[in-house]
Design a protein around this ligand. Structure first.
Ligand code: CP
Ligand code: NVA
Length: 301
């Protein structure tokens, strides 16, 4: 029984196999209408979601299964029932569980108690499903992932961490550009570098010149879910780090712009860039569904 809590829960070969399967599922969805027939996915959300919720639910239905949306506000977790009891109980009804949480430890605790696969649907540390979809999008747009340079401009947290880890497996060079105080943890950078056996280069800098050489420029919100109270301070701290036309213009001529969404136009990215010709944000959002369909088919064997 396999979980997907961390990007490293897949080997490089398995990641590549899932991306290939996702491309097949995207091209010929009708061939996969019965792949997970009769299977039930439970989706627990402690935070809001548009893409994760709908892409998982629609994806499961397209594979012949069904999905149940569980808001932590409505289930007993929200009233203090232990996560471990929740995992024990839910895994007796369900075939696979997706969990969006605050603490990564909570996702680990649910998985430890679950007898069915648990998928991390984002926590404060990682967003591995997003990174899988992002690799798929890069593969489609750039032909290949290995050897390309991704530059992430923004907060060095969950989305950036998963880009490092998933990128390390795929041979993608990842550089995070963020103001002092918002750079990724050294440990993350070290772990990603150690895993980048393919020779991919993992870097972090506060220098905006770090965007030079980018095949892919990536951004995310400056204040993540759960950080709403810091939003004002963060607006000040990130001043100058908006991906606007001038900054994006320092990337390669054929660079694409990516964003996990939701986005704040006029903050981390200008409308001109995110709504411009280089932006692939809606392909990225669509690919969440194809990548997760392949992931669920893989985990459920
Ligand atoms: N990118 C992403 O995870 O979006 P949602 O928060 O809408 O699920
Ligand atoms: N970093 C963002 C990603 C949202 C998909 C957050 O955690 O809110």
């Amino acid at each position: 029984m396999r979980h997907f809590l961390h990007d490293f829960d897949l080997s490089a070969a398995e990641q590549s196999q899932i991306l290939d399967l996702a491309l097949k599922m995207k091209a010929t969805p009708d061939e996969f209408r019965q792949t997970l027939a009769g299977k039930v996915l439970g989706m627990i959300f402690m935070k809001s979601s548009t893409r994760t919720r709908v892409s998982f639910e629609a994806g499961m239905i397209q594979l012949g299964g069904s999905a149940i949306f569980l808001s932590s506000r409505d289930i007993q977790i929200g009233r203090g029932e232990p996560i471990s009891d929740t995992g024990e109980v839910l895994s007796r009804y369900l075939d696979v569980i997706m969990f969006r949480a605050f603490a990564h430890a909570d996702v680990q605790a649910l998985a430890a108690a679950s007898s069915v696969p648990v998928i991390n649907g984002l926590d404060d540390y990682l967003h591995p499903c997003q990174a899988l979809a992002d690799l798929l999008t890069i593969k489609e747009r750039k032909g290949e992932v290995a050897g390309k340079q991704l530059v992430y401009v923004g907060d060095g947290n969950n989305v950036a961490n998963s880009l490092y880890f998933a990128g390390a497996l795929a041979g993608l060079n990842v550089r995070v550009v963020a103001p002092e105080g918002y750079l990724p943890e050294t440990k993350v950078l070290e772990e990603a570098s150690a895993a980048a056996s393919s020779g991919a280069c993992m870097e972090a800098t506060s220098d905006l010149a770090g965007i030079e050489g980018a095949d892919i420029v990536y951004s995310d919100v400056w204040a993540s879910m759960g950080q709403e109270e810091e939003a004002k301070q963060r607006l000040k701290d990130f001043e100058g780090y908006q991906v606007d036309k001038a900054l994006f213009g320092r990337a390669k001529n054929d660079a694409i712009f990516m964003h996990c969404l939701p986005a704040h136009r006029g903050e981390e990215v200008s409308a001109e860039v995110i709504d411009g010709p280089a932006s692939v944000i809606f392909d990225q959002a669509e690919n969440r569904m194809h990548a997760q369909k392949a992931l669920m088919a893989f985990l459920l064997g």
